[in-house]
Design a protein around this ligand. Structure first.
Ligand SMILES: C[S@@+](CC[C@H](N)C(=O)[O-])C[C@H]1O[C@@H](n2cnc3c(N)ncnc32)[C@H](O)[C@@H]1O
Length: 223
């Protein structure tokens, strides 16, 4: 998979994409990350990428030219999802992460400033929000999405089964986990987990998962 980030702040990605699972996925040749600074495509001798909003109002607006020009430079044809990071977009969730993990090319367009020229929306296949709050720019949001997507691509995680049991993948929240020691500061590991009886352990985990989901996210059980 190739992932392209149209951004004014390419440096923001270095730490996140250069560590842990995202780095490993790149090292294994499963995914490649491409940062495109759309200031390089401003088509303006002063490299200006923003301007005042028509009609007045606070803040600056991202101009269409740098984004259209940067998109033209990609040369990846139609086999792509183009995602506009947008607090007004559809909420990002595990189902969308699973869908995007099957794509060959993903392009993230990261807004900044007060917003972007409305005509930029004609370039995109999806408008996505990572939650009901407003970030300064789309970079953190596209990194969050990248993390959720890349770990789902086959062979990225060494234990492929682990993400299939994750919260949301099963439609519920995951069960609690325990490791050594058996007792810590008076808190004991539930006996069933020490029993070696796999059927009982599975039943206990399923009950715990259901209980957690009912308590914390009853909306997931609707229907
Ligand atoms: C300061 S925000 C602009 C918000 C815009 N004025 C509005 O009210 O909808 C700048 C950029 O950050 C990104 N962004 C902010 N919050 C986001 C969110 N919750 N999800 C995805 N992207 C977000 C978008 O690309 C947005 O264009």
């Amino acid at each position: 998979m190739n992932i392209y980030y149209l951004t004014l702040f390419p440096d923001m990605y270095e730490g996140v994409l250069g560590a842990s699972i995202l780095k490993r996925a790149k090292d294994k040749g499963i995914v490649d990350y491409h940062m495109i600074n759309f200031r390089d495509f401003s088509g303006d001798k002063h490299n200006k990428v923003d301007d005042y909003p028509y009609g007045g109002g606070a803040g600056m607006v991202l101009k269409p030219e740098p984004v259209f020009n940067a998109m033209d430079s990609l040369n990846i044809g139609d086999n792509k999802r183009v995602i506009l990071m947008c607090p007004q977009g559809k909420p990002f969730d595990q189902k969308l992460a699973e869908e995007l993990a099957e794509e060959d090319n993903i392009v993230f367009i990261n807004g900044h400033y007060e917003g972007y020229d409305e005509r930029i929306r004609t370039l995109v296949t999806d408008e996505v929000s990572i939650g009901d709050y407003v970030l300064t720019g789309g970079e953190l949001a596209s990194m969050t999405m990248t993390d959720a997507i890349v770990r789902l691509i086959p062979d990225v995680l060494s234990n492929q089964a682990s993400h299939q049991e994750d919260s949301f993948s099963t439609g519920m929240l995951e069960h609690p986990h325990y490791t050594r020691p058996r007792e810590y500061r008076g808190m004991k590991v539930p006996e069933v987990l020490l029993s070696g009886n796999h059927k009982h352990i599975e039943e206990w985990r399923h009950e715990q998962s259901l209980k957690r989901t009912r308590e914390r996210r009853p909306d997931l059980l609707d229907g």
